[in-house]
Design a protein around this ligand. Structure first.
Ligand SMILES: [Zn+2]
Length: 470
């Protein structure tokens, strides 16, 4: 029987507009060759569109709300109010708590690594049940990543990653699934610019790697039956202004707990920022430990204060649970609208305004929800709002930043010059490339890759929010 291998390059932060620009200039010949033989298209990632949570759709078939990992940082009001000396009260995966990502995911929902057979990982932090010998980047990763972060020396990480892949292949080992993260496009885009020469060089490192790995696999006779996939977890936009939501609330009498300042007496709120264009606000100054609906938010936070937040130029919109069941309020400086999801019926109804700019929508089924919104300013918003609020860790109020702004200031070092995390299309659209032709052409989500990769190997997912692309 032919072994149906999958080779997956995750170019973290690869941009749905920048990547095609580089290809049209002939700067990425190996990726270009795969597109010519296969397909290039766009897909949507998830909300929040941020590293870590945005790996969940293709690695598990499920979205952050379903997986209960609602950001690169999250807060759990119920656990916090039970006792704050509690490892499940809050989390930041940017640091030593990263290791808990694996046990924070629901145990019954498998990753591709757990079902695909011989599965190798390079650099991705979701490593549940991956033996060390199959975790190619693990040895020396800590030091390399620390140097990358503080000295802005990013490219050695990707270069060493490529070397580890080649060492594994040259040693004569075979694989069913090889998932390789190339992190430098994201880092260079954050600290320089999405179109900086150093960022372009990061794309080129991945392209060179693909060329060399492909040549090796062709020599082995493995390339022709192999599924090659390249995608990204989010886009990015340049950032000119930071508004720190934690400081903003603290200055207005709602003393806020946020990373890394998590020990404060009698906090009245908690703020968790991801990417840094996504934030969740958790209001604490009330009896009980439940997620708040619109009326309660207005009384506990103060309706004027909420209005003031929504009027901040840094805030594109906020979303929160409406008083009616299965209904969410989308609130921007223009006014309010409602998203309602009941069973498989998805509805968007402008109320005092049309913050998403689509006019009223009413569709049946989550694929139709994607199709109706794929090319709008907020791709897949009907499903993404719904999946996120499945988790109480989404908080009482979700903030999506305006492009050009992000939501974290002083504590972010080095300063971010680019951001992602929001529901805006510049963060939600990602490039999707594979070495196959003639597959479905309807709009795709990165979650569809989970089903697609399993199907390639002749397997079916036990549970998924995606659908196979062929
Ligand atoms: Zn990323």
């Amino acid at each position: 029987m032919i072994r149906k291998r999958t080779l997956f390059y995750l170019l973290d932060g690869a941009h749905a507009e920048v990547l095609p620009e580089l290809i049209s200039r002939g700067a990425l010949p190996n990726i270009q060759r795969i597109i010519e033989e296969g397909s290039y298209r766009k897909a949507t990632t998830c909300f929040p569109s941020t590293t870590g949570p945005a790996y969940l759709p293709f690695l598990t078939g499920h979205f952050p709300g379903t997986m209960n990992i609602t950001g690169i940082r999250w807060f759990d009001k119920k656990e916090f109010k039970r006792t704050r000396l509690n490892k499940n009260a809050m989390r930041s995966y940017c640091g030593p708590e990263a290791a808990w990502f694996n046990t924070d995911m629901p145990a019954h929902l498998p990753t591709l690594f757990e079902v695909m057979g011989e599965s190798y990982n390079l650099y991705n932090m979701i490593t549940r049940n991956i033996p060390d010998a199959y975790d190619l980047g693990k040895k020396g990763k800590g030091l390399l990543y620390t140097r990358a972060h503080f000295l802005k020396r990013h490219h050695p990480v990707d270069l060493q990653g490529h070397e580890r892949i080649m060492q594994m292949l040259r040693s004569g080992k075979d694989f069913d699934f090889l998932f390789a993260v190339f992190p430098s496009v994201d880092w260079d885009s954050h600290y320089y610019d999405i179109r900086d020469a150093r960022t372009f060089a990061s794309y080129k490192i991945a392209d060179d790697s693909i060329g060399e790995v492909r040549a090796f696999l062709e020599k082995k006779g493995w390339w022709k039956d192999l599924l090659f996939v390249l995608t990204s977890d989010h886009g990015l936009t340049p950032t000119h202004t930071h508004l720190d939501i934690g400081d903003w609330l603290t200055a207005r009498g709602l003393k806020s707990v946020y990373y890394p300042v998590i020990w404060k007496q009698n906090p009245k709120s908690a703020v968790m920022i991801s990417g840094n264009s996504f934030g969740s606000i958790h209001l604490l100054d009330h009896p009980g430990d439940h997620e708040l609906c619109e009326t309660e938010i207005n009384s506990i936070m103060g309706a004027e204060r909420l209005q003031e937040l929504v009027r901040e130029p840094a805030v594109d919109f906020v979303a929160y649970r409406a008083d009616a069941e299965h209904t969410y309020t989308i609130h921007s400086r223009k006014g309010k609208a409602h998203v309602r999801v009941d069973q498989n019926n998805f509805e968007y109804r402008p109320f005092t305004a049309d913050p998403f700019g689509t006019g009223q929508l009413q569709v049946h089924g989550h694929r139709s929800a994607l199709e109706a919104t794929f090319e709008t300013a907020y791709p897949d918003f009907l499903y993404q709002i719904h999946q996120l609020f499945r988790s109480r860790r989404a908080g009482d109020i979700v903030v999506s930043a305006s492009t050009g702004y992000d939501l974290r200031d002083f504590w972010e070092f080095p300063e971010h010059k680019g951001s992602h995390g929001s529901l805006h299309r510049s963060h939600m659209h990602v490039p999707l490339i594979y070495n196959q032709k003639g597959w479905h052409t309807h709009p795709a989500r990165t979650a569809d890759l989970f089903d697609t990769i399993l199907k390639w190997k002749g397997l079916r997912p036990a549970s998924s929010e995606g659908e196979a692309l062929f």
